[in-house]
Design a protein around this ligand. Sequence first.
Ligand SMILES: [Zn+2]
Ligand SMILES: [Zn+2]
Length: 306
Amino acid sequence: MRTSYFPKNGVWLKGNTHGHSTVSDGRFTPEELVRGYRERGYSFLALTDHNVLAAHDDLSDEKFILLTGLEHDIEYSAGKCTHVTGLSAAEKTATNYLCRRYSSREKSDQQLIHMMCGDGQFVSLAHPVWSRMSWEEILSLEGYQGFEVYNNGTEHLCHGGNAEVLWDMLLRAGKKVFAMAVDDQHVAEDLYGGWIWLKAAERSKQAILDALWAGSFYASNGPDIVDFALDAETGEVYVTCSPCREIHFVTYEPRGKSIFAKEGETITEASFHLRGTESYIRVVCVDQEGHSAWSNPIFFDERAEK
Ligand SMILES: [Zn+2]
Ligand SMILES: [Zn+2]
């Protein structure tokens, strides 16, 4: 029997979980951003202004929800830093720690993450390629939940937005972190290029955060993943998606499998037979423009424990 990765009941919601307004260094006001994202079919948005927590609950209604969010940064040198976003459902404008910019002399990036987690935030490591983080640093960090596989703003700045390989290396090392795709908008060029679709129990701030914590979402800068499912008895994994030219099953270990559409055609489904030794399987769907949708992994050691 096929069991979907996503919960059976609930509502699909599209959102951007990282971006900046005039509260920090963004060009657009919160009101302008809410108007733009609403018009393009998004259901939620987090304004993660630099080192300032803002709930923006006054801009939320039953159709469009603002998450409480912020982005902290620690700068090590002019070209090297660590940026981390935090999201919460709390209707508050204060953290349980002193919310400000910290220097690298005051806090390590791990201490920063612990501080944000201690505040109950859903914490994501932002644009690690643009930040010029070393692999040792990335591997050593613990406690966060999301990892930006695609950041539209830093991709436009300097091809610093795609971190899929780093994410896969973390998964191979046994880290269980979810894939985020975000705009990180500061200027117009950054808008509407990276998002997540999540399946929430209902259209509410708390339900969106619950879906994030459960990994009940996928990241995209183009295609839609319609379903991602496993038949545990037969070991078959299935994906259905919007019309794509490539579907990749990525596993460890050994390796997975890639399926390509015939010249001039598209594919909307594929399956993969597990060998039984994989610690996880995830899928990437690539459309004809070269844009990707990244599922979160199904982790098999976790399934065995249940
Ligand atoms: Zn940043
Ligand atoms: Zn940012």
